[in-house]
Design a protein around this ligand. Sequence first.
Ligand SMILES: CC(C)(COP(=O)(O)OP(=O)(O)OC[C@H]1O[C@@H](n2cnc3c(N)ncnc32)[C@H](O)[C@@H]1OP(=O)(O)O)[C@@H](O)C(=O)NCCC(=O)NCCS
Length: 159
Amino acid sequence: MGNLEKDRIIIQKAKASDSFAISKILSANTLDGNTNDYSITQRQVWLKYTSVEKIRERILSRPTFCAFGMGQILGTIAIEKNEIVGLYVDPFFHKKGIGSQLLLFIEKFAKSLGLETVSLTATPNSESFYVKKGYQKVGMENIIVDKVIFPEMRMIKML
Ligand SMILES: CC(C)(COP(=O)(O)OP(=O)(O)OC[C@H]1O[C@@H](n2cnc3c(N)ncnc32)[C@H](O)[C@@H]1OP(=O)(O)O)[C@@H](O)C(=O)NCCC(=O)NCCS
């Protein structure tokens, strides 16, 4: 299957009731593409971060959006100030254009807030995706969650 057409996907603000579906997408990604990049300790910390309760808290605290299609949530993205966070697509629907649509949506949203640049930290697995989308590498940064270090690449884009 190629890219999903734009009109088959709707991007809407996430509701607290979407937490369960978002949690499933985040934990499916933990067990999928990123697995080889992380240690067991890193994965354990990450799985805590993907709990339904933690996701509900984050939906309520920052603008979070979901891509809906075929009667389900296909992916999600959020923003905190000028930092893009939490871009995840259901592994079954990777490489069908959903991540690109979510990223474009949040960039337009950021622009509508008056922002001129956006920033993010990319996992090793997603760095090339963001390069394709026009992001520039700034340098490595250690993201610390529960005292566990996740080395990621800081990337920025002028809007
Ligand atoms: C990274 C991710 C969001 C990309 O979403 P997606 O819907 O699969 O991406 P798209 O289909 O829009 O891909 C757009 C382009 O990037 C490429 N691409 C997608 N994922 C890629 C990856 N991990 N590495 C390199 N290129 C990638 C696609 O092949 C496509 O290339 P093309 O335009 O030349 O055809 C998705 O793979 C994902 O959820 N990964 C796991 C979680 C993650 O790493 N999130 C980022 C946290 S910072």
